[in-house]
Design a protein around this ligand. Sequence first.
Ligand SMILES: NC(=O)c1ccc[n+]([C@@H]2O[C@H](COP(=O)([O-])OP(=O)(O)OC[C@H]3O[C@@H](n4cnc5c(N)ncnc54)[C@H](O)[C@@H]3O)[C@@H](O)[C@H]2O)c1
Length: 309
Amino acid sequence: MHYVVSGGAGFIGSHLSEALASSGHDVTIIDDLSTGKEEYLSSILTNPHVTCIRDTVQDVISLARHCEGADGIFHLAAMVSVPGSIEYPLRSHEATLTGTLNVLLAARDCGIRKVVHASSAAVYGNLPGLPKREDMPVDPLSPYAVAKYAGEQYCRVFSALYGVETASLRYFNVFGPRQDPRSDYAAVIPRFIARIRAGESPLIFGNGMQTRDFVYVKDVAKANIQVMEAKSQGVFNIASGRETSVNDLAAILLDLFNVKFEPEYYPERPGEVTRSVADISLARQAFGYHPQFSLRDGLSETISHMQSA
Ligand SMILES: NC(=O)c1ccc[n+]([C@@H]2O[C@H](COP(=O)([O-])OP(=O)(O)OC[C@H]3O[C@@H](n4cnc5c(N)ncnc54)[C@H](O)[C@@H]3O)[C@@H](O)[C@H]2O)c1
């Protein structure tokens, strides 16, 4: 198959592009390299089936040209920052929502079968009710989350009106090699690792009892490919389905490094979500999603990668 990956030079997109290339697909990566890096693709750039195009998804005409003849588009390009979207809402709208609309238009006009859209657990906001199920109410609290939710709605409408198959994957806290420690998602993991490697104790905001649903990036890449290959459409949570406290995360990392620091505690950050965990049964039933990596295994692979980098 020939697949387009927008945002394919980013953290998650580069793992997805590697997985597609290693399965023998033709891959066209479209990335403006605003946060992505060509070096993330070093293992596949010389593969004759992989093309990397430095361009923006904000130009619908060039986008359609790059997508001509493709079987599917994985759309991951976005301005991936909640605080950035609050500071620059128009920029967030153009990169994330206009980008999604352009991808759907290109798919419609080029006769591409399916678009898989990277959405986010941010659409759930801070409403009570756990684990999060896809049919629960949403409460986007930032321009970033609004753009993701509106993108899901565009996907639904393009499927109903124009017959482009679509699926939106609501990723929870994705972690793994190449994750930018400054990212808003699961940045706690690369930050803890960086501190421990520097011989310092992890810094925890609040009492450390806040929880997250951490999912390893290779499981996210696999979910994208599974949903692309299946007939499934709609919105799906992509997570581990397990709730882990920040204290437990620190304890696992300290154990993996075999060191005995006491974490340092700082005052809780305002607006922080206290608990997060997903129900992943819909994705399991629809396309056989089943995360393979435990948190410990994913962390140990991430550490090895950082040590060899
Ligand atoms: N990391 C997470 O935990 C997480 C959680 C939920 C959703 N997501 C979503 O997953 C996707 C990938 O996120 P990531 O963590 O890999 O972030 P990332 O910043 O590493 O990847 C985004 C990629 O898109 C590219 N890009 C940005 N604007 C573009 C534009 N206008 N045109 C072309 N390329 C553009 C960037 O250069 C980058 O390579 C994003 O859509 C993000 O919103 C990520």
